[in-house]
Design a protein around this ligand. Structure first.
Ligand code: PAF
Length: 286
């Protein structure tokens, strides 16, 4: 079945998807997957462009995954803009949209779960304990459905990227994972589909998050003890925003906590804050 009125090729069933990918593979073409939940912005389009350089054919999946939302989160109000998304993608040039329904993805009787540890622990999982289990489940299914040679995930969701890298290693999944640089607005705010929830005043305040993270990173690079640099960044975030889930420094790959002294391991500073009712996340390399 083809979703109607879209500006480019699209399929919604695993059967149609597999038929198309099988044709490409039979021709010896390299296939990339860009998994998304739609409401596409320049960050997503940059991910598509990135994989167009390393693959012959690109599939963009668009699926608002119920398994990664808890009751009371924004699953119902999450923007669903399939026609606009297809129009944006048509100008960027991927070859297929895969837009399954929730019923196709999770038919009656579906019970399987993916259990995670390591990089999935802490940070986002404190506020959203269900989140990475739902992400890992849908990404595992997408990998099995598309069978891509390569897939790209944005660094904006850095913990997600580390969880997927671990999943691919642990389950011997035959797919190369690329990291996509975070796309930012002029004031440094990381582009996100959820930025659409910010009113004008909250949008103005949101720009401070990237500034606080950059200063946090600079403090660490200057040799300031991690605990002192973190305390200063947390205090600034508390002043600037309406809630702070975390502002912290972690090992760049395992996301394990670091000691209190000067940072010597490859590290990443990460934050999640509330601006008005919108939760923003961001991170940068140290
Ligand atoms: O980052 C996202 O948009 C989602 O978590 C993903 C990877 C598409 C899985 O639903």
């Amino acid at each position: 079945m083809t979703p109607p009125n879209l500006a480019m090729n699209a399929v919604s069933t695993v059967r149609d998807l597999r038929a198309q990918v099988a044709e490409w593979k039979a021709e010896g073409l390299r296939v990339a997957l860009v998994p998304t939940m739609g409401a596409l912005h320049e960050g997503h389009l940059a991910l598509v462009q990135q994989v167009m350089d390393v693959a012959d054919r690109v599939v963009v999946s668009i699926f608002v995954n119920p398994a990664q939302f808890a009751a009371g989160e924004d699953f119902d109000s999450y923007p669903r803009t399939l026609e606009d998304d297809a129009a944006k993608l048509a100008s960027t040039g991927p070859h297929l949209i895969y837009a399954p329904t929730a019923r196709d993805m999770y038919p009656d009787g579906f019970v399987t779960e993916v259990r995670l540890g390591g990089p999935a622990e802490g940070l986002e999982s404190e506020a959203r304990p269900h989140f990475f289990h739902g992400v890992a489940l849908v990404v595992s299914k997408l990998f099995n459905q598309v069978r891509p040679d390569v897939a790209v995930f944005g660094e904006k969701d850095y913990q997600q990227l580390m969880v997927i890298r671990r999943l691919v290693i642990d389950l011997d999944l035959d797919v190369e994972i690329l990291a996509g640089e975070t796309a930012r607005e002029a004031d440094g705010l990381a582009r996100s589909s959820r930025n659409a929830y910010l009113n004008a005043e909250d949008r103005r305040r949101a720009g401070a998050l990237n500034v606080i993270l950059k200063d946090f990173g600079a403090d660490l690079r200057s040799g300031m003890p991690a605990s002192e640099a973190e305390a200063s960044a947390v205090a600034r975030a508390r002043d600037a925003f309406d809630g702070v889930d975390y502002v912290t420094v972690r090992h760049a790959e395992t996301l394990a906590k670091l000691g209190d002294g000067p940072v010597s391991d490859p590290a990443r500073v990460l934050a999640a804050v509330k601006v008005g009712t919108t939760r923003l996340i961001d991170n940068i390399a140290v």
